[in-house]
Every structure is written in C-alpha cells, then in structure tokens.
Design a protein around this ligand. Structure first.
Ligand code: F6P
Ligand code: MN
Length: 318
C-alpha cells in the first residue's frame, strides 16, 4: 500500500495479493471463490433471519438454519469453480468428488459456520477452510497447501496463508477484501489464555498448566468462538487457546480436518505452534473424517509448556 502525502492511497485487494505472491492460478481462483461465497454468508448473518430448519419465514418460504445455508453457499461455489476435485463439509457425512476441469485441482475441508449457536446472541462466528492439492483429504495437516478463515465480527476479515506467511484482509464498503496486514507473526510466549471445556473435567496436568498461566499473569480471554479466539491471538501477536482432553472426552471437542488443521497451519506460519499435548496437530494421521483432537495452540513456548504438563501427568498416571 502506498500512502505518501498527496498520493492516492492504493489498496491491494485479495486477488492482486495472490497474484503478487505468485500463488498458483487455480489456487488463486479457489481462494477468490471462497472469498466471494463469504459475501453471501455475511449477508445471511446480517439480515438476521434466524431461520430454524423446517419453519417458514414471513413470505412462507422454508428457512434454512444459517449453518446449513452457509454450507449450500459454499458448496455451490466449490462445485462451479472448476478447480475442486473433492470437498468435505462439517455439515455432511461424506466426501463429495467432482470432475475437475483442467490444471491443478484441489480438495477442500471446511466448517461453513463455526460457532453458529453464537449468532443468536450476536457474537462473532467464522468459516474455516483447509486446502490440499489433489483429491485426498485424509492426509496429515502438514500436507495442506493453504488454509484460511473468514471472521464475521463487527468487521468481516479474511486471514489466509499459502505457506508464505499469514495475511489479513478486511471487507471494505464496496464488499472488496483489501490488505490490512502482511506477514502476521506471534511472540514466543503470551499474556492471554482462552480455555475451552469445563474446568471440572480437566485432568490434573491441564489444571496445573492453567494455574501456572494464571500465576504468570495471563489474562482470561475466551469468546466461545474458535475463529475469533484464534484471530485474537494472531492479531494481538500473543496468547494460547486450548480445548484440552477432558475426563470422559479424551479427544476434546474440536475436529481435526476442518477446525484444527487449518488453524494449526495458520498459527505455525505465524511462528506459533499447535499440539494435542503429545505431538504437533499437523502430524496426526486422520483415521476418519470426523476425528477430534485435544488442542493447545498459540505461542510456541506456551504450547511447549502445555506439552510438558501433559507429559508430567502421563508420568504420574502411567
Ligand atoms: O465448533 C465448536 C465451537 O463452537 C468452537 O467455535 C468453540 O471454540 C467451541 O466449540 C466452544 O466450545 P464450548 O462451548 O464447549 O466452550
Ligand atoms: Mn465448528
């Protein structure tokens, strides 16, 4: 962006940024299609038809729940893009395979509207997207070629990475995404923590870890939405989010394919880390499309400390 006095302020939009960074042509098409889809999703969220599936609106039309509607919007874009050979949505139970037209094809796993129950109480929600080359989605997150999320908050923003840093864009009044920040980075250790799950179900190691964060002055910042909570860490450049293993729920809550892998890709690209307490999230080999995993994600040293508390716990119990 140039902003010299007297000169016209020139904004870099998402497409130009992808081109400037020499992102592969079909991947550029795919990311731009997803960005276009988000404009319809934000419109559905804002118009506030808090549709309940099976009910009808003022005009007698059947309404769809916002997460189902968001999924339809994304599916349509992916199917028509010509560059997608398979996709998987959190809303469906199987991978959809497509004939991909020409050149490099991609597969996409996505959560169309994460935190959708927060829409009713007017809190921020988001779309999370993981992208692989080819049509195999059952690979480790390490093999992702790109990841992104769209955050529907007071502003609508896109944060993406194609393995060349993390970049933030905001929607302007013309509904175009323009560059806010390039090469977002996070510090080694941070001052905020976002702990998901019920504390009375935490294992001893996680409870002690949280106590140690509190003792070192970390402030509690938890919105209940994975996208805004991760965005807060990336944009403030510090912090740790966790949704740990719980008593009775050894794999926590969040899904590997459409929630954890894409966020782990973005956070690692920004210089942070993401672990299930034992190993990096992106090295977990998926067994099924709806696998879950515990997660500690954010500043590198804070994640390493979480791992040491979990290891200590194993030493005690094992
Ligand atoms: O999709 C799951 C989700 O809504 C995330 O956005 C969020 O991080 C998590 O669940 C919150 O879970 P809980 O309500 O158990 O804290
Ligand atoms: Mn979700």
């Amino acid at each position: 962006m140039t902003s010299e006095p007297g000169s016209t302020k020139f904004q870099i939009d998402l497409r130009r940024h992808l081109r400037n960074n020499e992102v592969e042509r079909n991947l550029t098409i795919l990311i731009c299609e997803l960005a276009e889809a988000s404009k319809y999703i934000i419109n559905s969220i804002r118009t506030g038809d808090l549709g309940v599936a099976g009910t009808s609106n003022l005009y007698g039309e059947e309404q769809l729940e916002l997460d189902v509607l968001s999924d339809r919007i994304l599916q349509k874009r992916l199917k028509n893009s010509g560059v997608v050979s398979s996709f998987l949505s959190e809303e469906s139970s199987e991978v959809v395979y497509l004939a991909c037209e020409d050149g490099q094809c991609y597969s996409v796993a996505y959560d169309p509207l994460d935190g959708s129950s927060l829409v009713d109480v007017n809190l921020a929600v988001g779309t999370i997207i993981s992208i692989y080359a080819g049509s195999d989605l059952m690979q480790t997150g390490r093999k992702q070629v790109a990841a992104m999320y769209i955050l529907y908050g007071p502003r609508t923003t896109i944060v993406y990475s194609t393995g060349n840093g993390v970049h933030e864009f905001a929607m302007n009044q013309l509904m175009e995404y323009t560059l806010v920040q390039e090469n977002v980075t996070i510090d080694k250790a941070g001052g905020i923590y976002s702990p998901g799950g019920q504390r009375n179900l935490y294992t001893d190691g996680t409870r002690e870890y949280v106590l140690s964060l509190e003792a070192s002055g970390h402030k509690l910042r938890y919105s209940g939405g994975f996208v805004p909570d991760i965005n807060q860490i990336l944009m403030k450049g510090r912090g740790i989010f966790m949704y740990p293993h719980l008593k009775g729920h050894p794999n926590g809550k969040l899904r590997l394919l459409y929630e954890l892998n894409p966020m782990a890709f973005l956070v690692e690209q920004a210089g942070g880390a993401a672990s299930n307490g034992y190993m990096p999230i992106m090295d977990i080999k998926p067994q099924g499309i709806d696998d879950r995993a515990p997660v500690f994600i954010g500043c590198k040293e804070d994640v390493a400390m979480a791992e040491s508390f979990v290891a200590r716990e194993l030493a005690v119990t094992g």
